[in-house]
Design a protein around this ligand. Structure first.
Ligand SMILES: C[S@@+](CC[C@H](N)C(=O)[O-])C[C@H]1O[C@@H](n2cnc3c(N)ncnc32)[C@H](O)[C@@H]1O
Length: 351
């Protein structure tokens, strides 16, 4: 696998991340919620006096979901999986230019990059190897934190950030159920492809939604219950054929992917130890119950094509339960492309 970390002996490996120096006030102790201060070597809680290590420049602010948890807890199992299989793979991305090219090939990252308001404070929860965080952090007038529980992924993320000197991105280890940030501070919280890998997706949504400030925005990407039936079927086929039919997945046939990228995709889609699936209507209920108004989605649930000009942060029609079901059936009919992930965007009400 291509790694982007610099050798362990270089000074930059342990250098504090500039964004943390500048924005330490938005951080909070994941145990007591107290203010955090850093001396460059460790992070100290001013409330409960706990001390947190900094590994390769990354504050280790991970707190277990439930201190009484049994071994075999979903968080532990998923964490071990991603320590072994960081996602997404960095393959041939070795510069700001190549990351920018990859990110802007996908409509979601490109529209986000264009439409996030000037000066926004952004948090990506479950950033994996941090490609989106690093891409968004290249903008001069924006501060973007990436958080994940997997240290291996974060080292790749922060290694890339250091190499490319991306000053407006910063990474921390964190369990989304025990956030290391103060409530109500972010203009935008993004969590794409993450909540469905937890034992309690609604609880996870509630946890991260508390970090959004009034009038701020939340973006969640989840596997779709209907659209992902194709993936479920392929997983079954691969299992009974000892993965001999893996070429049935279009990503595995893609000539532009190297072996590492194919492996990262295959494991994430077909060998994952835990996933759940969700519907548009279910997430609308989450929004409603937690004080968010629906803005938009990918794929769209309102009539009309998704264009390059789509306004992600403008209110769109939420459709009916029937039109939402039709959208999900379309996802299925088009082969559950890209794992049948659907993205929902909502704005937090002011009161
Ligand atoms: C499929 S990857 C998605 C990575 C990235 N968001 C993307 O779209 O490419 C899921 C990520 O969620 C992280 N994750 C899962 N449960 C988590 C938790 N409880 N706290 C923090 N991160 C978590 C995993 O470590 C993993 O990196």
């Amino acid at each position: 696998m291509t790694t982007l970390t610099t050798p362990a002996s270089t000074a930059s490996q342990t250098a504090p991340q500039p964004l943390f120096e500048r924005a330490i006030d938005v951080l909070a102790c994941p145990y007591c919620g107290g203010d955090l201060r850093s001396d460059g070597q460790k992070v100290h809680c001013q409330g409960c006096a706990k001390t947190f290590n900094i590994d390769s420049g990354i504050p280790q602010l991970f707190a277990p979901h439930d201190p009484e948890q049994q071994k075999g807890d979903v968080t532990d199992i998923v964490k071990a999986f991603y320590e072994e299989n960081p996602f997404p793979n960095y393959d041939d991305i070795d510069s700001e230019q190549t990351l920018m090219e990859k990110a802007t090939r996908g409509v979601f990252a490109r529209l986000l990059g264009e439409q996030i308001p000037q000066g926004a404070l952004v948090l990506e929860v479950g950033c994996g190897t941090g490609q989106l965080t690093n891409f968004l952090g290249m903008h001069y007038n924006r501060r973007v934190f990436g958080s994940d529980m997997c240290l291996h992924s974060l080292r790749l993320a922060n290694g890339f950030r250091e190499r490319c000197r991306i000053k407006n991105a910063g990474f921390t280890q964190m369990n989304l159920f025990r956030p290391a940030f103060k409530p109500g501070v972010f203009d935008l919280v993004i969590s794409n492809g993450v909540l469905h890998h937890t034992a309690d997706p609604l609880g996870a949504f509630q946890s991260i939604s508390r970090l959004v400030k009034p009038n701020g925005v939340i973006i969640v990407g989840l596997y779709n219950k209907i659209g992902r039936l194709t993936t479920d079927f392929k997983r079954f086929l691969f299992r009974i054929t000892a993965d001999k039919l893996s070429f049935l997945d279009a990503h595995m046939r893609n000539k532009n992917y190297n072996q590492d990228r194919k492996r990262a995709w295959f494991f994430d889609q077909y060998k994952h130890p835990h996933e759940s699936k969700h519907t548009y209507s279910e997430v609308l209920n989450w929004f409603e119950a937690n004080g968010f108004d629906y803005l938009s989605s990918i794929p769209k649930i309102d009539p009309g094509p998704f264009t390059d000009e789509e306004k992600l942060f403008m209110p769109h029609d939420r459709g009916t339960s029937f039109t939402r079901w039709v959208t999900e059936m379309e996802m299925l009919m088009t082969g559950g492309k890209d794992g049948a992930l659907f993205i929902m965007i909502g704005r937090k009400r002011k009161s």
